[in-house]
Write a protein that binds this ligand. Structure first.
Ligand code: G6P
Length: 489
């Protein structure tokens, strides 16, 4: 955590992300708060708690307005506030065009290699542009009166860096793209490719998870725009602005696992086993937003294949899928939920008995207290994304295993696979290999589990989220030596 406690020459840290780290909502007439599912908020909230500053985000909970002041500000975490959440209010039309439309029906499938066709819609695009302007206004307000570092997150805000730099050239602007970046053959079909790239080149520093994403991005820029590219320094110069493009593989806070597990995790695990009728059978767990990039049907097909290949395993284990509902206004997401439900039902009908169902699908939001108990209580965890920038479930699972047991079955198409070669690495499109991976998670000798898990835990302990933030903030400091410097506290 020491590494992340940096300040940029006294500059204020302003993080911009579509998703807020805490959502207030009404339940039975009372206001409660939840933490949303998804890697971005999981990763960045601990950094903000360590550094302080302002997080600008879309106010998405139905009780969000009730707890904020007139300018949309509220202290978070709600239990013990140590940074400011500044909420931006969007209309339903804004959400439709910017979030469901351009961000999640165009850019999301455009950036992931999952054979989903991106939707190119002029009205959605205009709304995306407008919402980027709305966020620029909120950020400029927060940045008034002094130097600031604006750290923009993800594909919701490709146009924001250019807007910020045009209004306040003195601002230091960096962006991290939490999802993959495609090659030019794929990206340049987008009718607004040039405008997107130009917006992103408003940044001083641009980060991806992997070097491959950086290379793809530079290829796209090279083909689409007038600019100078320095391939040794991985820098692009356009209209007097230099953008350095570098990989910064994101991570998690390994110490949180113990907090979430506490002393009573076994009791809580037993309560969950009872509630979902799991007995004391071995568990293989999957934890995802229900998203078509995550390969959930593929892993269910692998469970089916596993039971065909190894009928002796019938009645011996459960595959437990926690699937947080996500982006459910988009037809592709609704269809996927239905597909997963139907597949689970079919597999249970085919292989199950009166008192044993192989697949348990929990299609609801679960907080980290429950998720970490499941990680700790399981024999294996499956991450079978068809394509994923990093995937933090893989890293979270590892941090939960201080017993040095448990097998991680991990798709080769995740950023995490590059850092965790001791996982059982699989191709999620290969059902045979996936079924063998699941088999390994149930049968791997304890010694081998321990050898692999130790190495994975050492990797995540060492390359944790504070190191990610520290390295990124130092890189920004080095790029702009005249206006700011990174000072350890
Ligand atoms: C991915 C994206 C994040 C997003 C998260 C959850 O990790 O990179 O930007 O916040 O998914 O998705 P949601 O649409 O619910 O914010």
């Amino acid at each position: 955590q020491e590494v992340a406690r940096t300040r940029l020459g006294g500059a204020k840290l302003i993080v911009v992300a579509n998703r807020e780290p805490y959502i207030h909502r009404y339940k039975d007439g009372e206001v409660e708060w939840i933490r949303p599912a998804g890697g971005l908020t999981t990763a960045l909230d601990p950094v903000m708690q360590a550094c302080g500053g302002v997080w600008v985000a879309h106010g998405s909970g139905d009780a969000d307005r009730a707890v904020t002041d007139a300018s949309g500000r509220v202290g978070v975490p709600p239990d013990d506030p140590n940074y400011v959440l500044r909420r931006v209010w969007l209309s339903k039309d804004d959400e439709e065009g910017y979030y469901y439309g351009t961000a999640n029906s165009m850019l999301w499938p455009l950036c992931h290699q999952v054979f989903a066709r991106p939707v190119f819609d002029q009205i959605h695009w205009e709304t995306y542009r407008k919402v980027n302007e709305t966020f620029a206004e909120a950020v400029l307000e927060e940045a008034q009166g002094g130097p600031a570092l604006v750290f923009v997150q993800d594909y919701h805000f490709a146009l924001l860096p250019r807007l910020l730099k045009a209004a306040r050239p003195d601002l230091v602007v960096a962006q991290f793209w939490h999802i993959p970046w495609p090659g030019p053959e794929k990206f340049l079909v987008c009718p607004w490719a040039r405008e997107l790239l130009d917006g992103m080149l408003g940044n001083d520093l641009f980060g991806f998870h992997t070097q491959n994403d950086c290379n793809n991005f530079l290829e796209c820029v090279d083909r689409a725009l007038e600019c100078r590219i320095d391939r040794e320094r991985f820098a692009v110069q356009r209209s007097g602005q230099v953008t350095t493009v570098r990989p910064f593989p994101i991570s998690v806070d390994p110490e949180l696992a113990q907090e979430y597990l506490g002393d009573d995790w076994e009791d809580r695990a037993n309560a969950m086993r009872k509630k979902h009728r799991l007995g004391d059978r071995a568990l293989i767990v999957g934890v995802d937003r229900v998203d078509y990039t995550k390969g959930i049907p593929e892993r269910l097909q692998a469970v089916d294949r596993l039971l065909q290949k190894h009928p002796e395993l019938k009645g011996q284990f459960h595959f437990l899928q926690v699937g947080a509902p996500s982006r459910t206004h988009i037809p592709a997401y609704r269809d996927l939920t239905e597909e997963v439900n139907m597949l689970a039902e079919r597999i249970n009908w085919e292989h199950g008995t009166e008192d044993w169902q192989p697949v348990v699908f929990l299609n609801e939001h679960h907080g980290p207290d429950d998720i970490f108990v499941l990680y700790r209580a399981s024999a294996g965890c499956v991450v079978s994304s068809l394509h994923d920038g990093m995937n933090l479930v893989a890293k979270e699972f590892v941090t939960a295993r201080d017993d040095d047991r448990g097998v991680l079955v991990l798709s080769q198409f995740t950023g995490a696979a590059r850092e965790l070669p001791d996982a059982v690495i699989v191709n999620p499109f290969d059902v045979e290999e996936m079924a063998d991976g699941l088999y390994a998670s149930l049968t791997m000798p304890a010694q081998e589990q321990e050898r692999r898990m130790r190495r994975m835990r050492a990797q995540v302990d060492d390359h944790n989220i504070y190191r990610w933030a520290g390295v990124l903030l130092s890189a920004i400091g080095k790029l702009i030596p005249d206006t700011s410097e990174v000072l350890p506290t």
